[in-house]
Write a protein that binds this ligand. Structure first.
Ligand SMILES: C[S@@+](CC[C@H](N)C(=O)[O-])C[C@H]1O[C@@H](n2cnc3c(N)ncnc32)[C@H](O)[C@@H]1O
Length: 395
């Protein structure tokens, strides 16, 4: 089965990754562009006879869910580009979907229950979950115009709209003309201006971002090569959440620090922060520039696990301190979790863009004597399946 084969299935619960699970002839089928409870005709997108599961796109809805809406971005619909796979789901139902996914991840992999909420970022409800991305990227098509990858393929399609982006970013992306094959990166900085960078052309221009944390406006220099949260409100939501969760820790180790968003937020509250980041780029890193005003804080340029192991060798302990980590999608994994536990931090604050990776790491932390104190989630990527979760662990 593949290509144009269409099957009729009753769709079940959502699963991690932006699809719902259905069954067909005894096999699990991951169906995108559907909603729980719907009866749909789905085009099989991968369906080897011997495969344990198939994937499919709902192409015709025979019985629609009450939560189905018209997608504000049809180009990301069935057979379209990735990055807008929940567009057909009403905004409150997107959050219920994400809550179900986080709960399932915690139950299944961490064996603890997730009792938190999925909160909206300020202003998202008013904007219908649109116009939030300050960072967008695409690749120039043969005519030099913005194109995105068709989900599950290597093909690209020119886009005519990017409604998830703040208007200035959408406008800049659609107006960009670049050498075919070049990556076009748009960043709208705190001053509301769109900055377009052609990453492959070596453009490393910096923008200034301003983020409000505990009533103070903090400034950050961010280069196009630096990691920066994509949602316009994500930096303040996450920095505030972390500041609120580190308790009275005087010393904090911030692993996977990026341009220093969380480090600077904590340092601005008088904490002594050591920030660790692997990809600090050429020249003076943004992390070091952004941390410079805080004399008791410092940057370590290197790998998180290696840094932890060197600290353990030197007998460093974090009993009265906290370790904050915000790893890439794959999570921290066993060796880094073990290295964190070796420093015996009183508190661990884990910021995760993948709830399954977080839940797996939570199970590992439990083996090292760390128990979940609290967990909360934010919908910082409306119209997509992505979700940001913060979990706090104590010894
Ligand atoms: C999800 S981002 C978090 C950045 C920052 N906390 C923020 O919110 O802006 C993860 C960061 O980890 C860095 N990174 C990836 N692997 C790493 C490693 N092994 N050791 C240290 N940093 C790493 C990436 O370069 C990236 O900046």
């Amino acid at each position: 089965m593949s290509g144009d084969d269409v099957i009729t299935v009753r769709v079940g619960a959502p699963a991690h990754g932006g699809h719902c699970i259905a069954r067909h002839e005894g096999r699990a089928v991951f169906v995108r562009h559907a909603l729980p409870g719907e009866l749909v005709e789905a085009r099989v997108t991968s369906g080897e006879p011997i495969a344990r599961f198939w994937t499919a796109d709902a192409v015709k809805v025979l019985e629609a869910s009450d939560d189905r809406v018209e997608s504000p971005w049809p180009e990301a619909g069935p057979g379209g580009v990735g990055g807008g796979e929940l567009g057909h789901v009403a905004l409150p139902a997107q959050r219920e979907w994400k809550l179900a996914v986080v709960k399932e991840a915690f139950d299944r992999f961490a064996k603890v229950s997730f009792d938190g909420q999925v909160s909206a970022a300020p202003g998202d409800d008013e904007r219908g979950g649109l116009g939030y991305r300050t960072r967008v990227s695409a690749v120039a098509d043969p005519e030099g115009r913005a194109a995105m990858t068709v989900f599950g393929t290597k093909d690209r399609k020119r886009i005519s709209a990017m409604p998830l982006a703040v208007p200035a970013a959408e406008e800049a992306l659609l107006a960009a003309r670049a050498t075919p094959g070049t990556r076009i990166e748009v960043a709208v900085s705190a001053d509301g201006r769109a900055h377009v960078a052609w990453a492959d052309a070596g453009d490393r221009s910096a923008v200034i971002e301003r983020v409000a944390v505990s009533g103070t406006e903090l400034e950050f220099r961010v280069r196009s090569a630096d990691f920066w949260q994509a949602h316009r409100k994500a930096p303040s939501v996450l920095a505030q959440a972390v500041v609120d969760r580190i308790g009275d820790a005087e010393r904090v180790l911030d692993l996977y620090a990026g341009a220093g968003l969380l480090s600077v937020a904590m340092a601005s509250q008088g904490r002594m922060v050591t920030a660790v980041e692997l990809h600090s780029g050429k020249g003076r890193s943004s992390l070091s520039v952004n941390l410079a005003p805080y004399e008791t804080s410092m940057e370590i340029s290197g790998d998180a696990r290696r840094t932890l192991e060197l600290m353990a060798k030197d007998g460093v302990l974090f009993h009265d301190g906290a370790i904050v980590l915000d790893p890439p999608r794959s999570g921290a994994k066993a060796a880094t979790v073990a290295a964190i536990a070796k420093l015996e931090p009183g508190r661990i604050v884990y910021v995760a863009c993948d709830p399954v990776a977080l839940a797996r790491d939570a199970a590992l932390l439990a083996e090292h004597g760390y128990k979940l104190e609290s967990a909360d989630a934010w919908d910082l990527f409306p119209m997509t399946h992505h979700i940001e979760t913060i979990a706090t662990f104590i010894r």
